[in-house]
Design a protein around this ligand. Structure first.
Ligand code: DGL
Length: 295
């Protein structure tokens, strides 16, 4: 890409099956306040965690093509563990000129954090079943040796969708989300800092970040909860700095939120507007409906 101010202002595309990736967008915005972002919430097809690999690859390609055609994006953040696990390699192959940053369960930081040697990992079925996750697990376990670490892996069916649905309801209506969190954490437990207990919990799905307080309440104050938003934002920053821009992003005038950020959804516009207000403090004018398109 030729180095011009226009390039610096080209937006970064961010996508997820729904609102979960807003937790990553939050971190991106904090890390790079001068950048512009287009966020694609693919709610018409959520949850991704129970979709086939072929579907996720096709969908990820389609979204990327649309972001390029409509907004000439300069990079893509795949703000979804599931889509990263299944589709990021094929995305890099299909769009070799476009930088991609993905998210994956933070197993390496978890090894550094645990004292009991037991780490819990929550994620979607597709992420935890993927070849990419299996490889990550093997690499991390090899690197951790001779201090072995046991990973307690929990596929949390229905949790991302329950979080998605909860957004549309009053903030007090959290029954289904609470029920699922309790059920899955009980299956993984016990949690704490004694021998044999899980003292580190990895959030391997971007939706789960929005229920971190609830998870903390259940597992207790001794458990360290790890998510990936900040690390992904830092990696995206490094990448956009190295993208040969003549105008440093930091030299640009800050744009107001409604100009710097556009949120698109293939699903319910009011649900997106609720989430945008609740978690990012963004006005409804940032939110737009986008055709889900033929598949
Ligand atoms: N937020 C996504 C993830 O990080 C997808 C959840 C889903 O749609 O199942 O895995």
């Amino acid at each position: 890409m030729p180095p011009t101010e226009t390039n610096t202002r080209r937006p970064i595309g961010v996508f997820d099956s729904g609102i979960g990736g807003l937790s990553v967008l939050q971190a991106l915005r904090a890390e790079m306040p001068q950048e512009c972002f287009i966020y694609w919430s693919d709610s018409a097809f959520a949850p991704y965690g129970e979709r086939s690999d072929a579907f996720l690859i096709e969908r990820s390609h389609f979204i990327t093509e649309q972001l390029i055609a409509k907004e000439n994006i300069k990079a893509v953040v795949v703000a979804c563990n599931t889509a990263t696990a299944v589709a990021i390699e094929s995305l890099r192959h299909k769009f070799p000129a476009l930088p991609f940053v993905g998210v994956e369960p933070a197993l390496k930081p978890a090894i550094g954090s645990t004292h009991t040697g037991r780490v819990g990992v929550m994620g979607t079925h597709s992420t935890l079943q993927s070849i990419r996750f299996e490889k990550l697990l093997k690499t991390v376990q090899t690197e951790a040796a001779p201090r072995p670490c046991e990973f307690v892996i929990q596929a949390c069916r229905g949790l991302a969708l329950a979080i998605e649905k909860q957004t549309e309801k009053p903030q007090t209506e959290t029954f289904e989300v609470e029920r699922l969190c309790l059920k899955y954490l009980q299956e993984m437990g016990p949690f704490g800092k004694q021998v044999g207990e899980i003292d580190t919990l990895v959030l391997g799905c971007t939706h789960y970040v929005f229920v971190e307080d609830l998870l903390k309440k259940i597992v207790g104050p001794d458990v360290h909860i790890i998510s990936t938003g900040q690390a992904v934002a830092k990696q995206t920053h490094r990448l956009s700095v190295s993208a040969n821009q003549s105008v440093e992003a930091s030299e640009l005038v800050l744009l107001p939120d409604h100009k710097a950020i556009q949120l698109w959804t293939t699903g319910s516009l009011s649900a997106l507007a609720h989430a945008a207000d609740r978690w990012l403090n963004l006005p409804p004018s940032c939110c737009h409906f986008i055709e889900a398109a033929p598949l």
